[in-house]
Write a protein that binds this ligand. Sequence first.
Ligand code: ATP
Ligand code: MG
Length: 526
Amino acid sequence: MDITTVFGTVVPGSSPGGSTTFSIFMPQIQEINSINIPKEVRMALAVLQNASFEAFLVGGCVRDLFLGVKPNDWDITTTATPEEIIELFPKTFYENNYGTVGIVTCGEELGTICSDESVKIVEVTPYRLESDYSDNRHPDAVSWSKNIEDDLSRRDFTVNAIAYNPATGEVIDPFEGIKDIKDRLIKCVGSADKRFNEDALRLMRAIRLASQLDFDIDAVTRESIEKNANLLVNVSRERVRDEFTKLIMTDFPMRGLSLMKETELLEYVVPELLEGVGIEQNQAHSFDVWEHNLRTLQHSADKKWPLHVRLSAIFHDISKPETRRYSKEKNDYTFYGHDVVGGRVARQIMERLRFPKELTEKVSMFVRWHMFFSDTEQITISAVRRLITNVGKENIWDLINLRICDRIGTGRPKEEPYRLRMYESMVEQALQDPVTLKMLKTNGKRIMDVTRETPGPKVGYALHALFDEVLEDPSKNEEKYLNNRAIELMKLSIEELKKKADLGKQGMEEKNVEQVKKIRSKFKVK
Ligand code: ATP
Ligand code: MG
């Protein structure tokens, strides 16, 4: 049976076996369709259950199944110990202190040899009990339990503390996580203060999940985040970076960062962003620097741009507060140099958060160049070429995408006005090679070799004349033909040869004009 109506077997507060049946109509959340659970995950559960162990799907994947969202990863919890899990599966790895065994699978049969692309890892963890946490991050000790509720009670949020057995449709939900999924609420399992003190990374997880799922944070949980925000200093920069990255990559990063500001968590992650709060800009802007950075980021998320574009978006005006000056002459604020200073500040922030070097350099470079001059009425193609040299061919379109986000972030409605499209067409033009004599499969030296002609205008004429023929018929661009044809052309008088060469020159010019025209029309500009 593929469709499992889980609501018929919700068991609040009971362990597997004794099921209380009640049916509720919950239109906001999905029935779990087992088809959405990959075969290898179901097989891994079956292997454990056939060996008489209890085994459930648990955590984020169950939450996502209820929401009808594709889970990121699959977690199984079981009564088997790590040793027993390893014995049951041919290919596993076990390299942590918390009992989680990774099972390597790839579809058909568990443990079969996998190609790199088909490899999937399902994480299997024994029901776990945790001791005190004296470092605000790791339990001092863990032990295995035979009771699923022990395992669910150590989990962070109610929506993440539901266990589900696809084989029977049984759901264990002692903390009413299904109700919170329905109410779209992130709420701690048990005492919020206690849970955040145990593991301060949960502070970030709460906000990241709220922005990933578009959920609210329960009032008590939220108050507790504010109260305990300072505990984040006890969490390693790498873990904070990972959660920050996940938040930036959600569909609603603007919401996530606003929540981080309101709960004061942002103080402990990127305090530099807070300096933009209340920093009024010049007349071109409707928002303060903080909100403008956020809106720029949000547009990059709306466009589903990758991490480096999103980080460049949130940091692009990071140094506006420190470079703002009032200009009497302009009767307005100026921000000269905020791009140069900003490139450095973005690098410092990302180094502090232990982002990889390559990503850090890339984002710093985008922030540095985000102010490129793009007034197409004044700009020349060589200025566009210089910008491409500065940022690299591979980055130029991302830089333009960043500029579009920046524009939308100021509150202007139109994504690509005429001037921007014109600029884009100039970039494409600069990226394309112009039509030149270099495209010929011969050159002046070869012509002199085969015709025994000495250097002089006839050699250039012959090249242009050959070019004219190749433009007419590209199949003639072939060494043997060109050699023979050069010998014939040299027999012509200089006047006759020049006439042919002029046709070639004209043809080349027309070809280049045509190429630019094509590019302009592709971008709908003239
Ligand atoms: P994602 O959608 O990013 O996968 P997730 O909730 O599944 O979100 P994971 O990091 O995959 O997050 O963790 C899987 C499960 O493990 C969580 O749903 C939760 O039950 C539990 N968990 C993870 N991190 C913590 C933590 N710091 N404290 C308590 N429980 C946690
Ligand atoms: Mg997960």
